[in-house]
Design a protein around this ligand. Structure first.
Ligand SMILES: Nc1ncnc2c1ncn2[C@@H]1O[C@H](COP(=O)(O)OP(=O)(O)OP(=O)(O)O)[C@@H](O)[C@H]1O
Length: 491
């Protein structure tokens, strides 16, 4: 029996693909009324977890429920949960509007609902264009429109910002916040905290298939303590002097600086002065959330050959190892930097590497982005509420305009459920679509299906098509996986 809460519960979820432990004993809960970010580096197990939640992969153990029930027990899943796992796999020759009409018909919704969701995601002007010609960002919007068809209570989106331009990201942020503010549940995955930081309220951070943090984003921010970073002429001597003065939490960083937790800048300066130790730089550091994310998830991949013998890759901020060999960390009794801990629900590390600390070039630690080749995503501009646009020329329309059913009749929510017709209107040229059962892991992959991973599973897939003979819209699920090994190859 559905509890109607809109709550997602993941309890002890585990998935092994042969020898690959994709997800290990994962537990978290996603509450309605908030946007929860599901974050982790590549290969952390995010997609596998979402696929288990959506009934596309059988867990090795544990369970994932929506409204208190596994996905396959939801009566009309398309009306409960809308999901986008990968914005690909649309029939390339089918127009956006026809794609949506097919799914709308399968869910018992009127044709007009297709146009409504297209308008909602800003694709109204591209309704008659074939999906095969869509850009990645347009495909993301079309996939989201498909997920919204059934006016679901829960939205599950895998990397939804992927391919969106800055305006699209800003639009998505506004949309998801508004959706959650209407009392619904939003779970979005990403491997970039910066990409979703302004969107999410709660965060589940996974690394190597395990939860490393689960809680409010603000709590995560608050959990970080500042520390004093100091560059002394003689780190050993200063560490000793600090310890003798009662400051036991002193960490020697690979670049030769000391990080002191329970002391102020003034205290450190005074102690150094009394001990006759010259300081070349001292600064209080407030930990950065993005760096914390790197720290929490570091070690997912470590680049062999870069870390010198004895150097603990856990000291690195970036998760992919450092392309620049760090200096050999001298070993001090009791002052070694601690590697981040994994497994279970552990508190995040308290300290982060300073990027502002002023010191000679040779001591500077490259930022995580420099180390990994990433660039910090450009913060999207603030989107005006209703920018002026020419309906004939604008590529995307703002979603909260015109006749959208989501236009807020009530001040608290822009959403209204769509009208469910008493009779299903006929569908023109129904295309080939994988039947619902083919989404299941237990179904063998169809020979004509090019995509081993699902696209959108939100609505119940429509009936098979007799006209189209090309690639189905909806890819099949994975090959039988329980206990198998090499047959579960990932695209
Ligand atoms: N069908 C499969 N068969 C075998 N291994 C798989 C399969 N699906 C996922 N894996 C493995 O499970 C691990 C987790 O993969 P998953 O796709 O869940 O990670 P992710 O966090 O979503 O990564 P990304 O951010 O790159 O999408 C990886 O090691 C991956 O290779």
């Amino acid at each position: 029996m559905q509890d109607g809460s809109g709550r997602i519960v993941v309890r002890g979820l585990t998935k092994n693909f042969g020898h690959v432990a994709a997800v290990q004993n994962l537990s978290f809960q996603v509450e309605p009324g908030s946007v929860t970010g599901f974050l982790g580096p590549n290969g952390a197990g995010k997609t596998t977890t979402l696929r288990m939640l959506l009934g596309l992969v059988n867990p090795s153990s544990g369970e994932a429920t929506i409204n208190g029930q596994p996905f396959h027990q939801l009566g009309n899943p398309g009306r409960v949960v809308g999901a986008v796992l990968e914005a690909q796999g649309f029939h390339p020759k089918r127009t956006a509007i026809n794609h949506l009409r097919v799914y709308a018909a399968a869910m018992g919704l009127p044709d007009q609902r297709a146009m409504e969701v297209l308008m909602l995601v800003g694709l109204g002007g591209a309704a008659g264009r074939k999906a095969g010609g869509f850009s990645l960002g347009m495909k993301q919007r079309l996939a989201l429109a498909t997920a919204l068809l059934g006016d679901p209570q829960v939205l599950v989106l895998d990397e939804p910002a992927n391919g969106l331009d800055p305006e699209g990201i800003a639009w998505l942020r506004t949309f998801l916040k508004s959706f959650a503010a209407s009392g619904r549940t939003v779970l979005i995955s990403s491997h970039l905290l910066a990409e979703v930081e302004q969107t999410i309220d709660q965060v589940v951070i996974v690394s190597r298939g395990q939860t490393v943090y689960y809680g409010g984003l603000e709590d995560l921010r608050r959990s970080q303590q500042s520390r004093v970073l100091v560059q002394p002429a003689d780190p050993q001597a200063l560490a000793k002097a600090l310890q003798e003065a009662g400051h036991s939490s002193v960490t020697l960083l690979p670049d030769g600086r000391l990080a002191v937790v329970d002391a102020t800048v003034q205290q450190v300066g005074d102690i150094a002065s009394k001990a006759g130790i010259a300081l070349y730089g001292v600064q209080e550091e407030q930990a950065d959330l993005e760096q914390l994310f790197f720290r929490l998830t570091s070690g997912q991949y470590s680049a062999q050959g870069y870390a010198p013998p004895g150097y603990d890759s856990g000291q690195q901020v970036a998760g992919f190892g450092s392309p620049i060999p760090p200096p050999q960390a001298p070993q001090y009794g009791g002052y070694q930097q601690q590697a981040p801990q994994y497994g279970g629900y552990q508190a995040p590390p308290q300290f982060q590497q300073s990027q502002q600390f002023q010191q000679p070039q040779q001591f500077q630690q490259p930022s995580p982005y420099q180390q990994t080749g990433y660039q910090q995503p450009v913060a999207p501009p603030v989107v005006p509420q209703l920018p002026p646009q020419d309906p004939n020329q604008a590529q995307y329309q703002q979603p909260y305009q015109q006749t959208s059913p989501y236009q807020a009749p009530q001040p608290t929510s822009p959403y209204q459920p769509p009208v469910v017709p008493t009779a299903v209107p006929p569908v023109e040229q129904p295309p080939a679509v994988t039947p619902p059962s083919a989404l299941s892991e237990e179904q063998p992959t169809q020979a004509t299906t090019p995509e081993p991973r699902p696209v959108e599973v939100a609505p119940a897939p429509p009936p098979p098509d007799v006209a189209d003979t090309t690639t189905p819209d909806t890819p099949s699920g994975e090959a039988p996986s329980q206990g198998s090994t090499g047959e579960e190859g990932k695209a």
